[in-house]
Design a binder for this molecule. Sequence first.
Ligand SMILES: Nc1ncnc2c1ncn2[C@@H]1O[C@H](COP(=O)(O)OP(=O)(O)OP(=O)(O)O)[C@@H](O)[C@H]1O
Ligand SMILES: [Mg+2]
Length: 422
Amino acid sequence: MRVVLFTGKGGVGKTTTAAATAVQAARAGIKTLVMSTDAAHSLGDALGVVLVDSPDDPDPVVEIEPGLSALQLSASYSVRRSWRSMQDYLLTVFKGLGIDPVVADELTQLPGADEIVALVELRKQVESGPWDLVIVDCAPTAETLRLLALPEALAWHLERLIPAQRGLLRALRPAAATATGLPLPGVQLLDTLRRWQESLLEIQSILACETTSVRLVLTPERVVIAESRRTLTSLRLFGLTVDQVVVNRVFPDAAPAESDPPESGQESTHTAWLAGWNEAQQRGLSEVRHSFEPLPIVITPYLSHEPVGTDALAALARARTGEIADVLLPAPAQGMTVRPEDGGYLLTLPLPLVTAAQVDLKRRDDELLVSVADHRRVLSLPSVLRRCVVTGAVVRDATLRVRFVPDERVWPVNEPESVARG
Ligand SMILES: Nc1ncnc2c1ncn2[C@@H]1O[C@H](COP(=O)(O)OP(=O)(O)OP(=O)(O)O)[C@@H](O)[C@H]1O
Ligand SMILES: [Mg+2]
């Protein structure tokens, strides 16, 4: 099953683009589900239907037209409460354990329960839904990145927390617990934590799967392009495959309408205004090409009306130009690779639009911590690299390359192991 997520800066047309892509696919005979992780729920508005939003409805999928279904979710009260209590608990524990403030900070930024519920549902639909294609309309970029990074980050925290907590349970009960001020989780809470961890790891495997890709929606404006460049870097950092850039709301190049000429003074103001925007958008478009090529770039025209309803969305999809590929085509893999080289190993991670100076690398035991701006990824090193030392790193051809050589003092290596891909 193919999964395509749409993300981008607030208001650029993510929901519209996701819905238009879904309608077009469904009308081409592809069994499609479109769903939203955005708590703002404008998917129903774009489709021109009322999507039921009942947290307790066991099957909230609504058929919009043959081959096209939509799903809008809200976390139920109990899920919201359980998520909240886990978050509160993790925060207290991490603070109490004196864990590094960056990590604690990541936890304070956990996405809301609605987004989590959407991811859990995505997993359910991918595993058991009858779809060929699942289209996901994501919340604006910042929330989406947190959401996409969460499974791996949280699993990482929980892996460390759970054994630590087991130790605490043995050592600190009950008087010492009061002394350290750390609340001890009951067996039930530990189970809840473990269940979250399992389900988040499964979600992670869907996000990293080769049939899942992300499409970046933007408008040809400088501020939007700048944010989208950072988003592309972060998406790749988290191991997500980006397979298309959609430039939305592109003005037609045509001259202003000739009928009903406005009063003479107005005409020149109007013409200058339009010419100004056309020119700015042309500059924007060449900046988009410069920034994102060789990714396929699709251009969506700025319609004279809001595309609301399935017919209007289908018309919008038809009006797109550029490198439109079959939506079911799997995206090219862009994950981390490891291969033997010169008696050592080379780890590569696609990391476009950054320079080496913007990337921070740290080795910690069996992990490599890669940070760019305020995003950090913890890469679990494949076993072949665990007994190696890092001897250098560069960013070249939009790719981070880290060189490892076997640390013979620690573990003599006889034969190079086969190439691993993570
Ligand atoms: N190509 C277009 N032509 C005309 N109107 C458009 C186009 N694309 C989007 N719109 C309109 O722009 C508005 C915002 O679009 P949309 O809701 O899809 O953005 P979004 O990125 O999902 O926003 P949010 O960040 O709030 O989720 C809507 O009213 C939509 O109908
Ligand atoms: Mg939206």
